[in-house]
Design a protein around this ligand. Sequence first.
Ligand SMILES: [Zn+2]
Length: 288
Amino acid sequence: MLFRFSFILLLVSCVSFSSAYQIVTPREVKQGDPLHVFVIGEGKEKIFSIEFDGEKRWPLVYLETNPHAIFGIPLDAPLGKKQIVITDITATSTIIREVNITGRPKPQAQFDIPKKLGGNTKKGEATVTSGITEENQILNNLESSSRRLWSERFKYPLVRNVVTDTYGYSRVTGGTVVSHKGLDLRAPVGTRVYAMNRGVVRLVREFTVYGNTVVIDHGQGLQTWYMHLNKTNVKEGAMVERGTFIGYSGDSGYANGAHLHISVRISGTSVDPLMFMRYFGARQRLQY
Ligand SMILES: [Zn+2]
């Protein structure tokens, strides 16, 4: 009897899934989170492109046979409803979905400027402010391959990944407020850091604020940044695989202790790496 009951249930679910593809979109997304849209079910390959706020994703990212699209919602994005436009290859249908962008709490925390950058003084604040402006100018203008360079899921960059600071809060020193647009992982100086996925090394540079930095471009606007390193082990232009050893962690730049900072960039927007990894990450143990 039990067997028959479960057989019927299975059949019902097959019928409902085989009738058409289903588009999975969130109703709400927080400032600073990635917006993830994907398609499941029969005929899902008919979905041609997914567009959000004027940004089109085509070709779509295929993972475990399902097409996905991911967009970055800036930390300071205006709140309210925006449209997702999904186009079918048959051009018979354009599907519109609405997503509501909601506020993200932005707690503030006192953060001391390290002595090497001038300490908690006006001079130290000026060094941090001008350094961030200059360094962002370089980082924001790095090119990205038009091709997707990765096919496996992303992995966290350390052997043992312990979160020490999350994305989105503000670090305050005097009149200077710096948003933390990445994730900090526990890493004593000299911890080996590995590429989170396949890609091209776009930048290896020693910055004043971000410290020794490596940027890996995974293509189609997706990048991972690794900061405050002690020593780098890759050269600009090199192709790296997921798990390639890229350098040792450290405390270089605007850091009050050794750790690894990672940022995930989607078409120029830094999103919460924990949320990105929830969608595109491999199963991996993460500790807090
Ligand atoms: Zn950080």
